[in-house]
Design a protein around this ligand. Structure first.
Ligand SMILES: NC(=O)c1ccc[n+]([C@@H]2O[C@H](COP(=O)([O-])OP(=O)(O)OC[C@H]3O[C@@H](n4cnc5c(N)ncnc54)[C@H](OP(=O)(O)O)[C@@H]3O)[C@@H](O)[C@H]2O)c1
Length: 339
């Protein structure tokens, strides 16, 4: 499998390290030999049709700040030139999430689909803004579009609902989809004010450079949109979510909830085709009432009742494992259809 990697930050570098450490096992267990044939960041690109040496690629990024210095000359091609002109089966989109317009990821994904390449995206932006039309474009071009890492990091929330509950019908789901806000609310439960808890989250590296993406509920809303489309078959985008963040939650609200043996959580819910993100009082005995940066989602299904999945919702290596999951699925699909 030949891959083009667009964006070489925390997640994509973790993915390269994962490939280095698991290459023998990937071949023996799955018959898969992934080769990164091109990699692009803001500084330029590295290309090798035979497959880049990943150790050298990581070293170039670490020492020079860009993959362009993989070769002495440095290479300045941009992502679009690479996607359109380099032969590969899969494009990995790992540029920053932008929920206003979805760029640059949106253009990368559309261009990859139009040139017949399968897509793995860890970038939520394009999916949150245009899931139905991107899925249609993927089907029209006969390519696979996978995005496990966009929801739950390495925790297989999408797969759990889509595959493990396949024979059943999911009627609704609700959960905690953003680890940063959950960390802030957990710290408030310990007695910190909202501002001190936010500062603490920033210091620990949990909060984004623009914290409002988390605290105003945009990140949770984006994940809710992806889940509603993929799991419930809805055709929705960000504008269909009724969204409220946690910045108005007061320490007194948190204390009051605690007295009721409950906690305030930022809950994303899909119920009766309604999509909501809002601070909600959740009883401590509810399995989704998890603390710290954890994510948790409960699915209600017609026959098997309530099922809950809990796990870490972000992290470079965790998300890299989701990319590998998508890659194996694409490879199995390509193999099935070539025989
Ligand atoms: N980090 C996590 O735990 C996590 C978990 C799940 C999903 N995600 C999502 O995964 C994506 C990547 O996250 P990350 O943490 O790896 O981000 P990151 O460390 O900021 O890396 C982003 C990469 O994209 C590159 N880039 C930005 N604009 C570009 C452009 N126009 N053309 C080519 N490359 C461009 C950057 O280049 P430079 O290196 O030159 O700046 C950088 O290499 C994001 O959408 C994020 O929301 C992250």
């Amino acid at each position: 499998m030949r891959l083009i990697v667009i964006g070489f930050g925390v997640v994509a570098q973790s993915f390269a390290k994962l490939l280095l450490s698991r290459s023998a096992e990937l071949y023996s267990e799955h018959g898969i030999k992934p080769r990164i044939v091109a990699c692009v960041d803001k500084g330029g690109c590295a290309i090798s049709p035979a497959g880049l040496n990943l150790q050298r690629l990581l070293e170039a990024k670490k020492s020079k700040g860009t993959v362009a210095f993989y070769d002495k000359a440095g290479s300045k091609f941009d992502p679009m030139q690479i996607i359109e002109n380099v032969d590969a089966e899969v494009v990995l989109e790992a540029t920053p999430t932008n929920l206003e317009g979805g760029e640059p990821g949106m253009t990368h994904i559309i261009s990859a689909m139009r040139t017949g390449k399968n897509i793995i995206s860890v970038n939520k932006g394009p999916l949150a803004l245009a899931f139905p039309s991107l899925m249609e474009l993927a089907n029209y071009n006969g390519v696979m579009f996978r995005f496990s890492g966009t929801v739950g990091g390495g925790t297989p929330i999408l797969e759990f609902a889509k595959r493990c509950l396949k024979g059943d019908r999911i009627t609704s789901f609700r959960g905690i989809l953003n680890g940063t806000t959950n960390y802030i609310l957990s710290k408030m439960e310990e007695g910190l004010t909202y501002d001190s808890a936010l500062d603490d989250a920033k210091q620990k590296g949990y909060a984004e450079a623009i914290p409002s993406l988390d605290t105003d509920g945009y990140d949770a809303a984006a994940k809710l949109v992806i889940m509603a489309n993929w799991i419930m078959g809805m055709k929705v985008t960000m504008k269909d979510v009724d969204r409220r963040g946690i910045s108005d939650v007061k320490l007194s609200d948190v204390k009051k909830a605690k007295q009721n043996n409950s906690a305030i959580k930022l809950i994303a819910a899909c119920n009766n085709k309604r999509l909501d993100v809002k601070p909600t009082e959740v009883p401590k005995i509810d399995p989704i009432c998890v603390n710290g940066t954890l994510n948790a989602v409960s699915f209600s299904s017609e026959h098997s009742g309530q099922q809950t999945i809990i796990g870490r919702g972000a992290g470079g290596i965790e998300t890299a494992s989701a990319i590998l999951r998508d890659l194996i699925e694409i490879r199995d699909h390509v193999f099935e259809h070539s025989n």
